[in-house]
Structures are given as structure tokens and as C-alpha cells.
Write a protein that binds this ligand. Structure first.
Ligand code: FES
Length: 104
């Protein structure tokens, strides 16, 4: 399965992401610029902030609960479809998902 990140400079990178792997873990493993994943996916850093392409947002779901709170303290201002990418796990219906790395 694949995911595409639109980087802060507007360029796009696409990488394979295994089922069950979070978009944060995949981005860190592949060195996607702007995704740090400092807390390792425990919802305590917000350095994995992405803005989900609106075409994918319904399938990716919306932030709820603590994720929702953490987005308020993310470095880049949150947007309508902002998510913490450690909370988006790859699955068949997300194959091809596009997310943007917001400018900090
Ligand atoms: S990696 Fe820290 S909140 Fe997602």
C-alpha cells in the first residue's frame, strides 16, 4: 500500500506503507521531511501533524479525544482535516492516501 506526503516545499514523495503501520512510523522510517514523531506515537508530541487531503478525509477519519486536544498545541496551526499521523494506521481503504506536511 502507498501513501503520499506533500512536503513543505510543495514537492511530493510516495512510499510503501505496510498494513497496520502508522503514517508517522512510515514517514520517520523513510525520512519524510517535517515529520519527527518525537514521542514514538504515544500522542504526546504533535510532531507528526499532517493535513489529510480532503478527498481522503472521510476515510481517514477525524481527530477525537486526546488527539483532538494535542492538535491545538501542534507547532503549525491546525486545519480542518488536521490529524496526528501516528493515529492513522494503514489499511486497504487508505491505500493511496495523500497528506500534507503543514508549514511550521
Ligand atoms: S508521534 Fe507524537 S503525537 Fe504522534
Amino acid at each position: 500500500m502507498k501513501a503520499t506526503w506533500i512536503l513543505q516545499d510543495g514537492s511530493a514523495v510516495t512510499h510503501d506503507v505496510a498494513e497496520g503501520t502508522s503514517l508517522m512510523a512510515a514517514a520517520v522510517a523513510k525520512g519524510v521531511t517535517g515529520i519527527v514523531g518525537e514521542c514514538g506515537g504515544s500522542l504526546s508530541c504533535a510532531t507528526c501533524h499532517v493535513v489529510v487531503d480532503p478527498a481522503w478525509s472521510a476515510r481517514a477519519g477525524v481527530a477525537e479525544g486526546f488527539e483532538e486536544d494535542m492538535l491545538d498545541v501542534a507547532e503549525a496551526p491546525r486545519e480542518e482535516t488536521s490529524r496526528l499521523s501516528c493515529q492513522i494506521k494503514m489499511r486497504a481503504e487508505l491505500d493511496g492516501i495523500v497528506v500534507r506536511v503543514p508549514a511550521a
